[in-house]
Design a protein around this ligand. Structure first.
Ligand code: UDP
Ligand code: MG
Length: 324
């Protein structure tokens, strides 16, 4: 769909900040305060419309997060809320928020509730939007505040996805601006196993990059432990490419070639009358080939599982309530 609003007329463009929240009661008061200040500042400087809002998405929190969002909405209607019917994970919560915001906004910025992503670069995001970008990626310039472990695993994550043929922006998480037009196109990607970071670059259009430094979490602890991160990586890889299956094919070919060498070796041993030795090589190959076969079946199973889940076409999120 063509964009009808003139991007020179800044006061007409509505910005929504979409913030997924899962058990974030420790950070919400400070986060909402800072985001409201930021929004008021942008509105005051006539960079965005006064209709701009903050949309908190409660991803089935078990603490007081939703009650706090309701209170925030009561106190100041600039804060709005979406309540998912249960915990669906960061990616789905984000999607639910983006799709809700798309109805009212001209541009949407997604960011984490812990404000690890520097909100002062929102100005630059908006500026890039007015320059004509449909998507603006927030890219971390440094990871000084992350622990060595987080940094190592997170950077390994991007490398692995790239190696496996996924197209992702290095060190870009889900801090990004998307125009309504880009969101409308994203809605056409109907896959159930959603990996937003892989889908967004597929959309195309004019894009921009904003770099920022990542801070420490305001309070509370990470809701992305290693287990969830690994699950996200597997999801990312299998939903973006079939390279793992290609690797298996190559490996299979390689082993097939090796088996010729083994054949020659066994025949020579046989004619030399030394057939009783070779127990070691036999045991080793049984384990090696057996292990490889299981691995191969596992990888293929991963894809079949994905096909199974995709064919069910289950909803990606269910909205219980919207505060507007
Ligand atoms: N989050 C969510 N659902 C989940 C897990 C996390 O909505 O199941 C949200 C969380 O509230 C936060 C964002 O996703 O706003 C990123 O999580 P976190 O900051 O814990 O991840 P990290 O920055 O440590 O990777
Ligand atoms: Mg965080």
């Amino acid at each position: 769909m063509e964009d009808k609003k003139n991007r020179n007329n800044r006061k007409e463009h509505v910005l929504y900040l979409v913030v997924p929240c899962y058990n974030e009661q420790e950070v919400l008061p400070e986060t909402s305060k800072r985001l409201r200040e930021k929004l008021a500042d942008l509105i005051g400087r006539e960079l965005i419309s006064s209709e701009s809002r903050i949309l908190f998405v409660n991803d089935g929190s078990k603490d007081r997060t939703w009650e706090m969002i309701e209170e925030l909405h009561e106190a100041d209607p600039v804060c709005q809320g979406v309540k998912l019917s249960r915990n669906r994970g960061h990616q789905n919560a984000l999607l639910g928020g983006l799709m809700t915001a798309k109805e009212y906004a001209d541009m949407v910025i997604s960011l984490d509730a812990d404000l690890q992503d520097d909100i002062d670069v929102i100005d630059q995001f908006v500026e890039k939007y007015y320059e004509g970008c449909e998507i603006v990626y927030g890219v971390r310039s440094a990871r000084n505040t992350d622990t060595f472990f987080k940094r190592f695993t997170a950077e390994g994550f991007y490398r692995l996805i790239r190696l496996m043929g996924g197209e992702v922006v290095f060190n870009h998480a889900d801090y990004r601006l998307m125009s309504r037009r880009a969101l409308e196109e994203m809605e056409r990607y109907q896959e159930v196993n959603l990996f937003l970071r892989g889908i967004v670059p597929m959309i195309g259009f004019q894009t921009g990059v904003v770099t920022y430094e990542r801070h420490e979490r305001l309070a509370g602890e990470s809701k992305y432990p290693l287990k969830k991160m690994l699950a996200l990586a597997v999801d990312g890889i299998t939903s973006l490419s079939i390279k793992p299956i290609r690797f298996i094919v190559l490996l299979g070919m390689f082993i097939f070639v090796c088996s010729f060498a083994m054949l020659a070796y066994s025949l020579i041993q046989h004619f030399l009358g030394r057939t009783s030795i070779g127990w070691t090589s036999l045991i080793v190959s049984i384990w090696a080939i057996g292990g490889l076969q299981l691995l191969a079946i596992g990888v293929i199973g991963e894809y079949i599982g994905k096909i199974y889940l995709e064919t069910k076409r289950r909803p990606r999120y269910i909205i219980e309530k919207v505060l507007r």
